[in-house]
Design a protein around this ligand. Structure first.
Ligand code: PLP
Length: 369
């Protein structure tokens, strides 16, 4: 076995241009929510052909802002997939509403649209579909169901910037589309989030809530509501903006690497990712599914010993202690596919700077598991 450096699961691609752009902002001394934030908002709005985009401090803050602006709170229910990053459900708890979990489709790891309707009650106010691992969920069907039941759709597009269904970019379907700019996502601000909405009033409400409740349209300081401080700094925006300009290139490169995995990985005990017709994948995570003969923890350890980073892909949220204690879920029984994805899922390295040789060598090791 050749000795090579440890290959982490993910690594942001920061180049000299990115660093120069950040340094430039630092030299001006204008550090918070300035012209780079505005430019980043404009870039997101234009890409998604959305009239409004609001930058915020992270992709959990944006989800929180969306629920707050819609007035979702005590006594309300919000439908979320049982398999996602825990933040998707935590924000529902943070506004004192109740998350109602729906199991996933094990092929796509996205919400099973056939199971949404039976979770809807008279208390349901919104659905938060997630485009998990960078693959567009069936957002068209989610929107159909929501329309029939008069529910809001908040797209958790945190890890899926650039993903599409039938050529339309995700994040532009719901009343809100929420993105994250964490280093694990397509492009990064360090920490950051972006919220799209076609609605002018909601856009205004979000801008108030983001900045202590300050009236964004009044040059005299007036506070209309008790808001948060969920602002983005201008140097973070400069970093994300610099990266945004090569988004297509980043996505293309990851797609190329994913194709090598598809060609090279051949292991009967491992299921490859599935991309449904009309959807595209942006490969925030390359997520395999192990069969019962392979133990996830042992595989992760084995790969680590061979200098390859890997991990489970996302949480079965109702199986986490907080949710299990509060609602008494038996996840294995109630959300079997989410539980299986949590216990048998394996995220393997994919990022722009990974070489094709690295992918081939990781594949060989996976084939021998
Ligand atoms: C990363 C992520 C979040 C949280 O975003 P942060 O910017 O880290 O707060 C929320 N939902 C999903 C699906 C994510 O992948």
């Amino acid at each position: 076995m050749s000795i090579r450096d440890f290959i982490p699961l993910a690594r942001p691609d920061i180049n000299e241009e990115d660093i120069a752009r950040v340094a430039e902002v630092l030299r001006t001394g204008m550090l918070v929510q300035g012209k780079n934030v505005l430019s980043l908002e404009k870039a997101f709005a234009e890409l998604h052909q959305s009239p409004n985009a609001v930058a915020a401090s992270n992709g959990t803050a944006t989800l929180h802002l969306a629920l707050k602006a819609l007035g979702v709170g005590k006594g309300d229910e919000v439908i979320v997939p049982a398999f996602s990053y825990t933040a998707t459900a935590n924000v529902v708890e943070l506004v004192e509403a109740t998350p109602v979990f729906v199991d996933i489709d094990i092929n796509t790891f996205n919400i099973d649209v056939n199971k949404i309707e039976r979770a809807i009650t008279s208390k349901t106010k919104a659905i938060i579909p997630v485009h998990e691992f960078g693959l567009a969920c069936d957002i068209e069907e989610v929107c159909n169901i929501a329309e029939n039941h008069r529910l809001h759709v908040i797209e958790d597009a945190a890890c899926a910037l650039g993903a599409r269904q039938h050529n339309r970019l995700i994040g532009s379907f719901g009343i809100f589309g929420s993105f994250s700019l964490h280093p694990r996502k397509s492009i990064t601000a360090g920490e950051g989030g972006m919220l799209l909405t076609p609605d002018k009033e909601l856009n205004n409400k979000i801008r108030q809530l983001r900045n202590h409740g300050l009236d964004p349209d009044n040059s005299e300081m007036d506070f209309l509501i008790a808001g948060f401080n969920y602002r983005m700094t201008d140097f973070q925006a400069a970093l994300a903006l610099s990266q945004f300009q090569r988004l297509e290139k980043i996505l293309q490169q990851k797609n190329k690497l994913a194709e090598i995995y598809f060609n090279e990985i051949k292991n009967n005990h491992i299921k490859m990712p599935v991309i449904p017709e009309g959807h595209n994948h942006t490969w925030q995570t390359f997520h395999l599914l192990l069969d019962d003969s392979l133990d996830q923890k042992e595989v992760i350890k084995k790969l680590k010993d061979l200098n390859i980073g890997s991990n489970y892909g996302a949480q079965c949220i109702p199986a986490q202690t907080y949710y299990k204690r509060k609602y008494g879920y038996d996840s294995q029984e109630q959300f079997p596919e989410a539980y299986r994805a949590y216990r048998k899922g394996l995220a393997i390295p994919i990022y722009e700077r990974l070489s094709e040789e690295d992918i081939v060598s990781i594949s060989k090791i996976i084939n021998e598991l």
